[in-house]
Design a protein around this ligand. Structure first.
Ligand code: 13P
Ligand code: SF4
Length: 301
């Protein structure tokens, strides 16, 4: 990618000078994902691998809750997010006060919180989950009923796979809520034989029409394992771009929705982040310990 080579060369040099690594989510653009990232993956993999980082500085090419999770697991390291405005509609859908009210309303019912939340919300929760482990986390608790916050569709999609009763919240991902079952029917009509993979943040009616539903890593693994002749990933746009690089024999049909938050991260602001060491993620020490426990309980499963 010659157009990006100036920034790429500068970032590679800065990483060495700063003793920094770049963790990038699967929704980052290909020039970030393939050219400067050291570790890539879904939310679960990024959290797990953040614990193994030896470098002094972590640049999180993703959204703010991911950078907070990396900081929770690495309180002594500097964690940088290149754009503080890289938020998430799910994280914005719930406050710590909402979680306390749910606990009052359903006394004794454990609260499972999606990692797509603020550290303050995690601190009010019993355990975290990601789209990659939500069913295992829910079932690990050994109880007949759990509260699962804040993604209503993820909660409904997991409820369909388990006997555990799930009480949901009303948050939605602004990217995945836009997919419809009609989108899938039209795709199947216009691209016969297409394999449809959906993220579990999609509405349950969409997941029901798909051939497979799973986290971004699970979708990528599916393509590598099953090698479908043509595939569509009902998720954020960069996902197909990134996976397609490794699978030139698979035809990717690419209707998709952009995440404006993920797209705030660019090579230019990653470079600036490393040049100026900005923006360091900080977490209120009064809640960091409790939030970390929620994440660590999840990682122990
Ligand atoms: P996963 O990569 O964990 O599937 O999460 C998707 C997502 O929307 C992250 O913002
Ligand atoms: Fe949040 Fe959805 Fe964007 Fe992921 S894709 S960061 S869940 S708004």
């Amino acid at each position: 990618w010659p157009a990006f080579s100036g920034d790429i060369d500068a970032i590679l040099k800065l990483k060495r000078e700063r003793n920094a690594v770049i963790l990038a989510h699967n929704y980052q653009t290909p020039e970030i994902f393939h050219c400067v990232a050291d570790i890539v993956g879904d939310s679960l993999a990024l959290a797990r691998k953040a614990m193994e980082v030896e470098a002094e500085v972590i640049v999180l090419a993703g959204v703010h809750f991911m950078a907070e999770t990396a900081k929770l697991l690495n309180p002594q390291k500097t964690v940088l997010i290149p754009d503080m405005g890289a938020g998430c509609s799910l994280a914005d859908s719930i406050t710590p006060q909402d979680v306390r009210l749910m606990r009052q309303r359903y006394p004794g019912v454990p609260i499972v919180t999606y990692v797509n939340t603020s550290a303050a919300v995690k601190a009010e929760s019993d355990i975290c989950c990601t789209s990659g482990n939500a069913k295992a986390v829910v079932e690990s608790l050994g109880v007949p009923r759990v509260i699962m916050l804040p993604d209503e569709y993820l909660a409904q999609n997991i409820a369909a796979q388990t006997d555990v009763e799930i009480i949901a919240w009303r948050g939605h991902c602004e990217v995945h809520e836009r997919f419809t079952p009609d989108d899938i029917r039209e795709l199947r009509a216009s691209h016969p034989g297409v394999t449809v993979l959906a993220h579990p943040e999609c509405p349950p009616e969409v997941v029901a029409e798909a051939d497979f539903a799973g986290s971004t890593a699970a979708m990528s693994d599916y393509v590598g394992r099953e090698k479908p002749a043509r595939v569509v990933l009902m998720t954020e746009c960069s996902m197909s771009d990134n996976v397609a690089v490794d699978h030139p024999d698979v035809e990717f049909i690419r209707p998709c929705n952009l995440c404006p938050h993920m797209k705030r991260i660019t090579l230019a602001n990653i470079r600036t982040a490393l040049e100026e060491m900005r923006h360091p993620v900080t977490i209120d020490p009064n809640l960091a310990e409790r939030a970390r426990l929620s994440v660590e309980r999840m990682l122990a499963i």
